[in-house]
Write a protein that binds this ligand. Structure first.
Ligand code: CMP
Length: 146
């Protein structure tokens, strides 16, 4: 893991397989940009099961861990780095509740998520997590936007 200057301006996002397969990454990116975020890095990738297990290792004791790792590695995803003041908290607000049944109007998950598992997007839950998650998928030289 490498460290960033002013990490509170950055967060990490995944547009999950349910959204990529429904061809709504553009719509989700519009919501992200309309909310004032800059997408400073982005790539379409397939996460391996091994990467998923490592990425989500904080959940390894949870009953949903196995399904979560299988799901996130089941199809293409878009990983991205978002920049904005208070990026972590503001992106969590924009995503809405983890379970779309509890998500507020105007949030990404209210609009697009199918279920708690197929909930369209992931966002870092804290600034130190954002640093870990960004460096998990991106090298420093890939953060090219401004
Ligand atoms: P995400 O933000 O990617 O972080 C972990 C994921 O686990 C979460 O979104 C959900 O898609 C999934 N998940 C499944 N069941 C639960 C649960 N009971 N509580 C929290 N997350 C869950």
């Amino acid at each position: 893991m490498y460290r960033f200057f002013m990490a509170n301006n950055l967060t990490f996002s995944i547009i999950k397989p349910d959204a990529v397969s429904r061809h709504i990454t553009g719509k989700i990116n519009s919501m992200i940009e309309n909310a004032g975020f800059s997408i400073i890095a982005q790539k379409l990738i397939r996460i391996t099961k091994e990467q998923a297990q490592k990425f989500y290792d904080v959940h390894q004791d949870k009953p949903f861990y196995e399904d979560l790792c299988n799901y996130i590695s089941s199809g293409a995803v878009v990983v991205q780095v978002l920049k904005k003041e208070n990026a972590v908290a503001d992106y969590r607000k924009l995503m809405g509740a983890t379970n779309p049944a509890n998500a507020e109007e105007g949030t990404i998950r209210k609009k697009y998520a199918i279920s708690i598992d197929q909930n369209s997007v992931h966002g870092s839950d804290a600034e130190d997590t954002a640093e870990r998650e960004i460096s998990f998928f991106f090298s420093k030289t890939e953060l090219v936007g401004c």
